[in-house]
Design a protein around this ligand. Structure first.
Ligand SMILES: [Zn+2]
Ligand SMILES: [Zn+2]
Ligand SMILES: [Zn+2]
Length: 144
């Protein structure tokens, strides 16, 4: 729990018990969770916790850049934890819901070209790669 308290301090967020618990819940998972799933797990520790509290805390933690939203094709909300502070992107498996870091980015070059084309300034980009992880794609093939 101490490491989460440090993270929250870095983000200038108060280390409330629920916030710490939400960070703990998400960081234990290699998969993305919906707010409802976070809520179910949170209620095991705080029986009176409300769903709006979960939504609010998830948004605050996402603003702080310690948890991330999945831009999911089903347009529902999901979140995952990532404490990797260097610039990177994520691979999201829509089969088993696991999220992996992609520690490379080919978009810096494109950003520069876009800036030149528009004669403006590109400040950031959001990219998430979706697909099936090795396990999911091999079990898919085995089914056929
Ligand atoms: Zn998978
Ligand atoms: Zn990451
Ligand atoms: Zn990038």
């Amino acid at each position: 729990m101490e490491q989460y308290a440090r993270i929250l301090k870095r983000l200038d967020l108060k280390a409330t018990p629920k916030r710490l618990a939400i960070l703990d819940i998400l960081s234990r998972e290699k998969v993305y969770l919906s707010p409802e799933e976070v809520w179910t797990r949170l209620k095991e520790r705080f029986t009176a916790a409300g769903l709006p509290t979960v939504y609010r805390n998830l948004e605050e933690l996402a603003d702080g850049g310690i948890i991330f939203k999945v831009i999911h094709p089903d347009r529902k909300l999901y979140y995952f934890f990532c404490n990797n502070r260097s610039h990177h992107h994520h691979f999201v498996c829509t089969g088993c819901k696991r999220v992996d870091d992609l520690n490379y980015c080919a978009f810096k070059e494109i950003e520069r070209e876009v800036s030149e084309d528009l004669n403006g300034i590109v400040s950031s980009h959001i990219i998430q790669v979706f697909g099936m992880c090795r396990q999911c794609s091999s079990s898919n093939k085995a089914d056929r």
